[in-house]
Design a protein around this ligand. Structure first.
Ligand SMILES: Cc1ncc(COP(=O)(O)O)c(C=O)c1O
Length: 369
């Protein structure tokens, strides 16, 4: 039986009927921009993330750009970011006119390395930094990152595109953060029926500026306090996300239980499965395993032959991308590059079935290590 890497069509019974009637109702009322669905979504997002303000926008990349602009980051400013992340984290820095410096990763939690980051801060004296919470958890040193940045006056933006639903010490990972973002790309833990994103903060000034930037810098319909752009989340996406939020607990529970099953079963097969650091309740966004450089290509071929989907998240470090040519890179151990060459992600999605999991495990078992 083939098993896909992800399946985003596993909706709850009745979900699509509710969505279809919602589309009909909103279309009949031409309710397309703003309105009750967007307001309700933002209220619910703020509650879920335990933040004061949630500002919806068009996608997770825009959310990062809005947050950087709201922080006042622009031309000539240095911004540190992980060398191992999705390209959008790099792009957003360049798109606001600032200069990115990538910082090497930590091989235990697969996030940006704290000690290397501290050295980079001393060297570059950046205006801002982006900490990315990858794979469904965050850094074991998350509080140290926040404290250090505060002490050194480095504005810390947290890219939470992958961590919706993650808890740290029992509280939302977004809770005590200067400013953070998420993505509602359909494959995310909370996914839209298209693109979407949001900015979260507890700071009223940052919230107001983010809202302004995401809507043409508007202070009134034809009043423009700043130069922003159109990054509004449309009402249909908001409605889909509202319907999805009704099921977020069950979706998280399902993802977490599959992640846990992998963590129990894969070590028995000699696989180095990465676990969230202590203190985290992961969201089950992703399974992450580290193989030797020799093993991974053989396993890829084996899984393909068995019809088992897999991911390589990510196949290349930011500093190795042709689009980052000439960018500054900090850290001399090349850990990000090593992670990229040795990671493999097995199928994990909400409502994955036990027989699908068994199929994956038996394919891995039959792999000749
Ligand atoms: C870490 C990270 N940052 C940013 C983004 C960008 O989000 P979007 O695709 O919604 O623009 C993603 C999405 O894949 C991501 O994984």
């Amino acid at each position: 039986m083939p098993v896909p890497f992800i399946d985003i069509k596993r909706f709850e019974p009745g979900f699509l009927d509710k969505w279809n009637s919602k589309v009909q109702e909103m279309s009949a009322n031409a309710q397309f921009i703003g309105g009750a669905e967007v307001t309700s979504l933002e209220t619910r997002l703020a509650e879920h993330t335990e933040t004061k303000y949630a500002i919806s926008c068009a996608n997770g990349t825009d959310a990062l750009q809005i947050a950087l602009r709201a922080l006042g980051v622009g031309k000539g400013d240095k911004v540190l970011l992980p060398d191992s992340t999705f390209w959008a984290t790099y792009e957003c820095v360049v798109n606001v006119g600032a200069d990115p410096v990538t910082v090497d990763a930590n091989e235990v939690d697969l996030q940006m390395d704290f000690d290397t980051f501290c050295q980079a801060v001393e060297k570059y004296k950046p205006k801002a930094a982006i900490l990315v919470h990858l794979y469904g958890w965050g850094s074991s040193k998350i509080l140290d990152f926040r404290r250090f940045c505060k002490d050194k006056n480095v504005l810390l933006l947290e890219d939470g595109a992958q961590c919706f639903g993650v808890k740290y010490k029992g509280e939302s990972i977004y809770k005590d953060v200067l400013i953070s973002t998420t993505s509602f790309y359909p494959a995310k833990v909370l996914g839209a029926a298209g693109d979407g994103g949001a900015v979260f903060t507890n700071d009223e000034g940052l919230a107001n500026m983010s809202r302004q930037l995401a809507n043409h810098g508007r202070t009134s319909h034809y009043g423009h306090g700043s130069v922003g752009w159109n990054s509004r989340l449309d009402s249909l996406q908001a409605a889909f996300l509202n319907l999805s939020l009704d099921h977020i607990d069950a979706r998280l529970e399902s993802r977490r239980s599959i992640a846990k099953r992998y963590q129990e079963e894969l070590p028995k097969l000699g696989i180095n499965v990465i676990k969230a650091p202590e203190g985290y309740t992961e969201n089950g966004y992703c399974n992450a395993n580290i193989f030797s450089l020799e093993e991974r290509p053989r396993l890829e071929a084996h899984l393909k032959e068995k019809g088992i989907g897999f991911g390589i998240i990510y196949p290349g470090a930011m500093s190795d991308q042709p689009g980052a040519k000439g960018c500054e890179k900090f850290g001399d151990k090349d850990i990000a590059r090593k992670i990229c060459a040795s990671i493999l992600n097995l199928p994990l999605y909400a409502y994955m079935k036990e027989d699908e999991l068994q199929e994956v495990l038996s394919a891995v078992k039959s792999f000749n290590k």
